[in-house]
Structures are given as structure tokens and as C-alpha cells.
Ligand binder design. Structure first.
Ligand SMILES: N[C@@H]1[C@@H](O)[C@H](O)[C@@H](COP(=O)(O)O)O[C@@H]1O
Length: 264
């Protein structure tokens, strides 16, 4: 794991956006794995700005989102399809036909899960997967106890996740308890994964992910198995890491090496 500790959420978003921008410059027809939640919003804003400035283009890109609420259509304002349209797709030069979010209104959700996996494979697999993390260590909607080799499937949300996400729903509004999510095994097949976490409320989850044992109780700990996982966090989210100074030292050395390599 590469652990990048930055001062604040704005720096986290900028660092993450640069990874995606570089990926699009290197390979315009990239397959990008995308995430919802409040954390990636600032990163998407940066990508929109870079696109409007003509620095990057999504015209050849394909995207696959991690998850969707089961029971909501893409027109529902709390659906993740709606979120992605609002936060990114409507503002960049992407062909919406090439954007994929698991179908929350699928007649047969099990078939939809298999088809989603097939589409990812047919696209050549995900080049860079963006992730947030839940306070309980979930990635996508892979809640604690999720199989570490799981594939796209229907998952039941925990009470804690429902409560965390209740802020997006109006009082009395129907809030789904089920989702379709890429599995942990699906996520681990991305060539690179980039996880963002900001704020003190994520400090315990970040600690378990980075320094805890590999365990289904903390689904994000599965990223310890990935050969190219970049964890970008602010100081508040890093505040419970035991070896904080060591990670900062590694990153400083890493920056020096990158600067040297750029001169060759
Ligand atoms: N399914 C999403 C996750 O993909 C996201 O990482 C998490 C954290 O969201 P936030 O960034 O708002 O804390 O929320 C939801 O449960």
C-alpha cells in the first residue's frame, strides 16, 4: 500500500484527481471505476475543471460504478446513477452510453449482477478504481463479513450504513436496505485502486484497513493484498495510525525517487 497523508480534504481531492487525469492522458480509452458518497465529490469537481480547461478528455473513456441501491431507478435523486450524472457525467465530454452503474431497478437482480461482471470483463477490466470507505470499513457496499473474494452481488446494508446515508434521504422517504455492489474480488482485479478518506470519523476504519489484520470484519483490509493500492488521506483520517511517521517518511523518499526518475 502507498499511504499518502495530506493536510486536508482539498489536497486529498487534488492528489486523487491528478492520478485520474494522468491515467486519461496515458490511455484516453481508460476503463475507470468510480465511487459515490460525499468524499469523491471534490475530486469530480477537479476532473470537471480539467475537462473544461481542455487538459483531459473522457470522450473515449468507459466507467463502471461500484454500487447502487436496489429498488431505486436511475431517475431517483438518491440513486447513485443520478448522483453520478449530477456530480460528473453531465459536466464532462463522456458518452453516457459508456457509463455503467449497476441497475437498481433490475427485474432480476441476480442476472444483472452476472451481466455487470461480464461487461467489466468485456471492457478489458478496470484500469483505476476509485474508492471511499465506510466508517465500518466497507468498500462499495461490501459490509463487514463480506467474502474477500466476492463478486458483484446483492448485499444487505448494515444498520450503521443505513443511518450514515440517511442524511441524503428526506424524512419519511423510502430508503433502500439492499444494494448491488461489485464484490471485493471484483475490486481487487482493478489494475490500480485509489482510496480516499477524510475526517476523524474515518480514522478507526483507516487504522483497521492499513494496520489491522486482513479480515472480513474490515472489508477494506483486503486492499493489503493489492499490488498497486494508493491510500490518500487527510491528517484527521490518519490520526489513529500507529506508524504515521514511517508512512510520511516513505512517501517523502518516494517523492525524491519520482523526482530523480523524471530527470532520466
Ligand atoms: N456505498 C458508498 C461507499 O462507496 C462510500 O465509500 C461510503 C462512504 O461515503 P462518504 O464518502 O460519504 O463518507 O458511502 C456509501 O456507503
Amino acid at each position: 500500500m502507498q499511504i499518502v497523508i495530506l493536510d486536508d480534504a482539498a489536497q486529498v481531492a487534488a492528489y486523487g484527481a491528478n492520478i485520474f487525469a494522468k491515467q486519461l492522458l496515458k490511455k484516453p480509452a481508460s476503463v475507470l471505476g468510480l465511487a459515490t458518497g460525499s468524499t469523491p465529490v471534490a475530486l469530480y469537481q477537479q476532473l470537471i475543471e480539467k475537462n473544461k480547461a481542455g487538459d483531459i478528455s473522457f470522450s473515449q473513456a468507459t466507467t463502471f460504478n461500484l454500487d447502487e441501491y436496489l429498488g431505486l431507478t436511475g431517475e431517483h435523486p438518491q440513486s447513485y446513477r443520478y448522483f453520478m450524472n449530477e456530480q460528473l457525467f453531465n459536466h464532462v465530454d463522456i458518452d453516457k452510453q459508456n457509463t455503467h452503474v449497476p441497475p437498481g431497478d433490475a427485474v432480476n437482480p441476480l442476472v444483472a449482477c452476472t451481466e455487470y461482471e461480464q461487461k467489466i470483463t468485456a471492457a478489458g477490466g478496470v484500469d483505476v478504481q476509485l474508492l471511499g470507505i465506510g466508517r465500518n470499513g466497507h468498500i462499495g457496499f461490501n459490509e463487514p463479513s463480506s467474502g474477500l473474494t466476492s463478486r458483484t452481488r446483492v448485499k444487505t446494508l448494515t444498520k450503521a450504513t443505513i443511518e450514515d446515508n440517511a442524511r441524503f434521504f428526506a424524512e419519511g422517504e423510502y430508503q433502500p436496505h439492499l444494494s448491488i455492489t461489485m464484490g471485493i474480488g471484483t475490486i481487487l482485479e482493478a489494475k490500480k485502486v485509489v482510496l480516499l478518506a477524510t475526517g476523524a470519523s474515518k480514522a478507526d476504519a483507516v487504522h483497521s484497513m492499513v494496520e489491522g489484520p486482513l479480515m472480513a470484519k474490515c472489508p477494506a483490509s483486503a486492499l493489503q493484498l493489492h499490488k498497486d493500492a494508493v491510500i490518500i488521506i487527510d491528517k484527521a483520517a490518519a490520526s489513529k495510525l500507529e506508524d504515521l511517521e514511517f508512512y510520511q517518511h516513505i512517501e517523502a523518499e518516494n517523492q525524491k525517487l519520482q523526482a530523480h526518475l523524471a530527470t532520466l
